[in-house]
Design a protein around this ligand. Structure first.
Ligand code: FMN
Length: 198
């Protein structure tokens, strides 16, 4: 493969916490050599659609609101139906992350929804790839994947706290996801090049 993996992060954030995660995913992916573009799903321009269409991987991100991805993200997901119709995102890499106030807060539904959206587009889902942290008595809240999710990166910040309070372990977990997506995308691109399947 003679080019960097192209990774887009398509996300929504109301108050900035999910943006902190998006920036961490970006940092991790860039650390692994990916070219990363951020797409704000509440304001998708034609150039953003072109960026998404040209991406090797798309990472979905949104706060969990009322037990699922935010309404703005769902509106974006509906707008991707044109790509669904043309199967133009088929075989891209997909992954996801979410933030909410509660430690659990039904975030698994948001991550599961992202995986379903990727499956509808016939994409390949990359999970978090971490054992759960902070689940044995000698472990700590500072562990990677401290909230114990598998389908993507999840973070929790109490509802009255600002973006400075996003937990360092959650930021590191999001960085891990970005590195994993970039690495896996590079492997897929190299494999396709060797096999001559584009
Ligand atoms: C309408 C609404 C619904 C919410 N629903 C949930 C929820 O289901 N679970 C949860 O843990 N937090 C919930 N929250 C808290 C949000 O997840 C939290 O404000 C959000 O993740 C902050 O991220 P942001 O700064 O990126 O917008 C809700 C907040 C609002 C305003």
């Amino acid at each position: 493969m003679d080019r960097s993996p192209r990774v887009s992060i398509a996300y929504h954030s109301r108050r900035g916490h999910t943006r902190v995660l998006a920036q961490a995913v970006r940092a991790g992916a860039e650390d692994e050599g990916a070219a990363v573009t951020m797409v704000l799903v509440e304001d998708v321009q034609e150039s953003d659609w072109e960026t998404l269409d040209a991406s090797d991987a798309i990472v979905f991100g949104a706060p969990t609101l009322m037990g699922s991805a935010s309404g703005a993200f769902h509106a974006f997901a509906e707008a991707t139906s044109k790509r669904w119709g043309t199967e133009s995102w088929k075989d891209k890499i997909g992954a996801g992350f979410t933030h909410s106030s509660c430690k659990a807060g039904d975030k698994h539904i948001t991550l599961g929804y992202f995986a379903t959206l990727a499956a509808q587009h016939q994409m390949h889902w990359v999970n978090l790839g971490l054992a759960p942290g902070w689940h044995l008595s000698h472990e700590s809240e500072g562990d990677l994947n401290r909230l114990g999710y598998f389908n993507g990166a999840a973070a929790a910040t109490m509802g009255d706290l600002g973006t400075d309070s996003v937990h360092k372990a959650d930021i590191a977990t999001a960085e891990h996801l970005g590195r994993r997506v970039a690495r896996h995308t590079a492997v897929v691109l190299a494999g396709r090049a060797v096999l001559g399947i584009g």
